[in-house]
Design a protein around this ligand. Sequence first.
Ligand code: FDA
Length: 317
Amino acid sequence: VLANPLRPVLLAAGRSPRLGRTVSRLGLTRRVVDRFVPGESERSVVEAAAALLASGRFVSVDHLGEDTTDAAQAEATVQAYLSLLRAYADLPVPAGSAVPALEISLKLSALGQALPGNGDEVALANARTLCRAADAAGVWVNVDAEDHTTTDATLAVVRALREDHPTVATVLQAYLHRTEDDCRSLAGTGSRVRLCKGAYAEPASVAFQGAAEVDASYARCLEVLMRGAGYPMVASHDPALIDAALALVTETGRGPDDYEFQMLYGIRDAEQRRLVAEGHHVRVYTPYGDQWYGYFMRRLAERPANLVFFLRSLVSR
Ligand code: FDA
């Protein structure tokens, strides 16, 4: 995951609003972006979700946007999610499933966390609004993990949300040194944790830098969650870690409704279907909206082959 020498450059570029505006204006990226983002409109993501449900997969939709610096934008994000939750009502969810097939994934920075002064309070209030609407609709809520400067604040918001909405999930990133401890404190009954490797550029003071170290940390964290009493969500495309998760599922005697796999829209589709065919729940993280630039750059940074594909699309216009 971290072996790509261009990773820091791509991740830094992904945080530049100016570069983002330029790339988005070029319009040339659409074809490449389409692989990871089914569309900019709510309609496009609802169609993608319907197709995923029809194939037996579950869905978590993310309204793209992050690092919001004004309250009006944060409010617009809330409205977008409320509208999405209304649109969810028309989706054909599997009858009698013990696990909700639909989830929304939120980024607190899109809900106002970075606003000067009372950003955490604004993000919490906005997240509460969405949790209430999601509960009423029988939809799960997940709070995404962003860069390490936000981890403590995000976990505090999640703890506050869980007082009223105990199924609210959060994401832990295995590349952070702190995460094994966080897994221990979040492995209790009913606690839903999505474990991923981590997608941001983080300093050596807080994060493992080598791929082997990150993988080893992921394996340790996975073991803590699987041996715990919560609901682990294995968010990785890495075959070795998926195998490790499958072995732990067998060893700990977890039933099919006691854990799930998660992958990103457009990545390892055949593997997603294979796991479903073997009886596992697989949830696909499906983003939509016009703020796709930061998300797209993180996907490029994960895999040099994606960058080659992207550059090729530029020269073959
Ligand atoms: P790794 O990067 O080692 O990839 C393993 C294999 O998967 C590759 O060899 C390739 O086959 C395939 N693959 C992986 N990435 C690919 C790509 N971009 N394009 C094509 N193939 C690819 N991060 C974060 O910091 N906060 C968060 O909230 C989330 N949320 C989240 C939700 C879900 C459902 C997933 C799956 C991932 C996240 N992530 C995340 C991203 C995560 O941290 C990580 O960056 C990516 O999942 C890539 O890591 P892998 O575990 O897949 O391994």
